[in-house]
Design a protein around this ligand. Sequence first.
Ligand SMILES: [Fe+2]
Length: 197
Amino acid sequence: MWAFALEDHAHLDRGIAQLATSLRAEDPAGLRRSNRRGWHSDLLARDRSPDLATLVELIDDLALRIAQDLAWDLDSQRFAVDGLWINALGEGGYHERHRHENAVLSGVYYVRVSQDAGALVLEDPRPAAGMIQPRRAGVNPLSAASIRLEPEPGLLLIWPAWLPHRVDPNNSTETRISVSFNIPAVPRESPAHGIGV
Ligand SMILES: [Fe+2]
């Protein structure tokens, strides 16, 4: 899990929140994915708005840094956002447990969240980890079966796409707005990796 706190994000957040409002007016039903009692936009082009383009550019830079840290081969593949959507959870809205298919990294950027707007819960994906456990005197991030993260505006989180996660119900009266995204590994069409080379 990688966490980044964006600086000077108020203008960006305002722009994305406005985009969410206009998209929702165009398509009030939205898509149904992991969202329950919440709105999920269609997949959006990265240049759907200047603010979205700014955010995606930043995420692409971070994805590259993560790929370098993990020693992923950057000669034969590239890592950039492909699959981007906005979520708006009203009071009581939540996301069921899910993983993101067809991507290597996934993440979220929090645009509008007030207190008690619903934590992100990341779960230990190892089925064997729950088989035999000693009695615990306490729970910490090393021993917990899940980790709960409280969202805040300007926070950008990226995690391996295979990691199961969910969002707890929004217990605030304000709409919780976030941008979710996927980052797949895309093969580069390089002659160096072609047949006969
Ligand atoms: Fe998700």
